[in-house]
Design a protein around this ligand. Structure first.
Ligand code: SF4
Length: 372
């Protein structure tokens, strides 16, 4: 039987598991995990005998980075091997002003089956554990510290921030937009976020975390009612219900009217502005009627629309066999203009990482042990 893994345990669960120790020891261990140590031997304020006992009874982490690719635009994509051999990807996106965003996966594969997404084409393997989600953050934060040091961006300060477990300076934002549908694994996502946002540890602000869903109404309401109070993005793609079902098969069971009511509930609970994400597929969801349907869907909600020109993945097709294509810049601009004319606030973001297949919708399985 494998040893219990400590990395993904919120403080109260860690204290309960370590109830044979004085409570302050559990707090010390939690802080070391938050600081990113990879072995019990590094927990220098614990007696040597205790470090040895812990190493014999528990595992600190459950997964390991086995591949890494870097894009000249600053994106870093990590391949992560899980204890059962399943593999996932996590991505560090470099924004302006050295602000880095960690993109985390919540499932191995994804059951949603969106036709424009590499992950969706892989099928579903399993939900990730809290530890496997937290570990992605720690791996990406370590990569961010390395990148910051290489770029000479106050490296000493960044390292100190990492050593204290204060993630904020190395990674500015977290987006839960990697492989999988997070609201179909909400319990483990919640536990992971309890660890990542705990003030006694990594102390990452909830308001700098965005969870992206393809629209699981019950999950949105659960999030609104029980938290955590993170930001929400809806991967809408189109507000044309029939087209949406063809592009995102899981939405067959999640109607737009229910999703809209769930978003309204989220906002009534104080959830703030919601991002509507639209992956733009040339000639498919950029029509005048798509803009009109979107404006109708958004009415009454506080939203910003984020347009994401489709990031190419070889072999992906619509359900009737049409190959997908990126929209031309004119097509995307005309669509954005229509939305703006309808009174919507529109942004165009997240094109980074294409060089390493690390952009939105491109996550699959990176070949192991590749360093380039
Ligand atoms: S876009 Fe998101 S929800 Fe859809 S298949 Fe890909 S990972 Fe799953």
């Amino acid at each position: 039987m494998s040893s219990p893994v400590l990395c993904g345990l919120p403080p109260e669960e860690l204290a309960a598991l370590l109830n044979f120790l004085p409570r302050f020891r559990a707090a010390q261990i939690f802080k070391w995990i938050a600081a990113g140590v990879s072995s019990f031997a590094e927990m220098k304020n614990l007696p040597l005998s205790l470090r040895e006992e812990l190493a014999g009874r528990f595992a600190l982490r459950s997964s390991a980075v086995d591949a890494r690719r870097e894009d000249p635009d600053g994106t870093v994509k990590l391949g992560v091997r899980l204890a059962d051999g399943a593999r996932i990807e996590a991505v560090l996106l470099a924004g302006g002003n050295g602000r880095r965003t960690a993109c985390l996966s919540t499932q191995a594969g994804c059951p949603a089956g969106c036709v424009f997404c590499k992950t969706g084409s892989l099928g579903f393997t399993r939900n990730l554990t809290s530890a496997e989600i937290v570990e992605q953050f720690l791996f990406l934060r370590a990569a961010a510290l390395e990148e910051a040091a290489a770029a000479g961006e106050g490296a000493a300060e960044s390292r100190a921030a990492g050593a204290k477990g204060r993630a904020g300076r190395a990674v500015a934002n977290i987006v839960i937009m990697g492989m999988g549908e997070p609201l179909l694994n909400l319990a483990e996502v919640r536990r992971a976020l309890a660890v990542i946002t705990c003030r006694q540890g990594m102390d990452f602000s909830k308001r700098r975390i965005t969870l992206s869903t393809c629209g699981i109404g019950a999950g949105i309401i659960d999030l609104a009612e029980k938290g955590p109070a993170v930001r929400l993005a809806l991967s809408l793609t189109t507000a044309d219900e029939a087209l949406r079902r063809r592009l995102m098969p899981i939405t067959e069971a999640h109607h737009l009217s229910e999703i809209k009511e769930a978003l309204a509930c989220f906002q009534r609970a104080g959830g703030g502005r919601i991002t509507l994400e639209l992956v733009l597929l040339g000639g498919i969801n950029t029509r005048g009627e798509d803009a009109a349907a979107l404006a109708d869907f958004a009415r009454g909600l506080d939203v910003v629309v984020n347009l994401i020109p489709w990031n190419p993945v070889e072999g992906l097709k619509t359900d009737d066999g049409r190959p997908l294509r990126q929209p031309s810049s004119g097509e995307a601009a005309a669509f954005a203009s229509r939305l703006e004319a309808a009174g919507l606030k529109v942004t165009r973001r997240f094109r980074k990482g294409r060089g390493v297949m690390g952009a939105c919708g491109q996550l699959g399985v990176l070949p192991e042990r590749r360093e380039d």
